[in-house]
Ligand binder design. Structure first.
Ligand SMILES: [Zn+2]
Length: 284
């Protein structure tokens, strides 16, 4: 495993360990032994393949950990990325573990994922692992790119301070209506600011990922009441959003900095100028 600089981030190649214990985890889950299942999962995500099969996987390990470290270096080289990485709670650890090329090919699985290492066990026995706080696991394939990893690091940051509180947010685009969580709203916006900082192409929204320029995205935001509510909530309660608003002054795209102007556009076309912040429960 490779620790990345002074950040609380560890890149850990454990693919063979994970595949080896997948059955055991499934068996424990079916048997209702959820605590044992979780303890095994924690062990799997924090163990390296380097101890397996007499070092057979040395080359794979080196390749993955170097590639992901390069990806992290690219993120660190971007002021927005550096801010996100620097804000992650240093009393926690982010474990970046591999998603294989084969797993990436599975239908609807072309994505990365972040969840708490010591996740909250669901009382209904479901498999959901998204609730909890502290250390995190990011399942990541370098083919997904540094922009995706940055996005996942925003989730990891929120978990690291026990602030991950997904609330459903509804919005419309030209191609349809979607519901995502407030956490995806935040991660997608930070990702877009990161891309803008690097003068790379922006995307309209989390679901369609339609390439769109700043003005098109601001127009879209000013037409979506609940997205504005979410932005307003983060501006008032999320340090990362406040800091982004006051730090990246020369970055072209920055809806936190430009929030007032976007809300003013919304109010022009609205029946009421009342725009409350998103209501988010306090949590645990
Ligand atoms: Zn996400």
């Amino acid at each position: 495993m490779t620790k990345f600089g002074a950040y609380p981030i560890v890149v850990n190649y454990n693919l063979h360990t994970r595949l080896r214990y997948q059955h055991d985890e499934d068996d424990l889950h079916r048997a209702g032994r959820y605590e044992d299942e979780k303890q095994l999962d924690i062990k799997v995500n924090t163990s390296s393949d380097s101890t397996r099969e007499n070092g057979l996987f040395g080359q794979e390990i080196k390749e993955y950990e170097q590639t992901v470290s390069n990806c992290l270096r690219k993120i660190e080289g971007n002021a927005v990325g550096r801010m996100v990485m620097g804000l992650i709670n240093k009393d926690t650890t982010v474990w970046i573990v591999p998603k294989s090329d084969e797993e990436l090919k599975v239908k609807d699985q072309y994505n990365a994922m972040t969840w708490p290492l010591n996740y909250d066990i669901q009382k209904d026995g479901s498999i959901g692992r998204g609730a909890g706080a502290g250390d995190t696991v990011i399942l990541f394939n370098p083919k997904l790119g540094d922009d995706t990893l940055l996005h996942e690091l925003v989730h990891a940051y929120r978990y690291s301070y026990n602030k991950f509180r997904p609330v459903n947010v509804y919005y419309n685009t030209d191609v349809g209506a979607f519901t995502i969580t407030s956490e995806e709203v935040l991660a997608h916006q930070i990702e877009n600011i990161y891309m803008s900082q690097a003068k790379r192409p922006l995307t309209l929204d989390y679901m369609t990922q339609a390439p769109t320029e700043k003005k098109g995205i601001y127009d879209f935001l000013s037409n979506n009441y609940f997205l504005l509510q979410a932005l307003k909530y983060f501006l008032r309660h999320e340090y990362l959003a406040m800091l982004a608003a006051h730090t990246f002054m020369s970055t072209e795209y920055n809806p936190f900095r430009d929030y007032e102007a976007i809300e003013t556009e919304y109010v022009k076309g609205a029946f009421s100028s009342d725009l409350p912040e998103l209501s988010v429960p306090l949590g645990r």
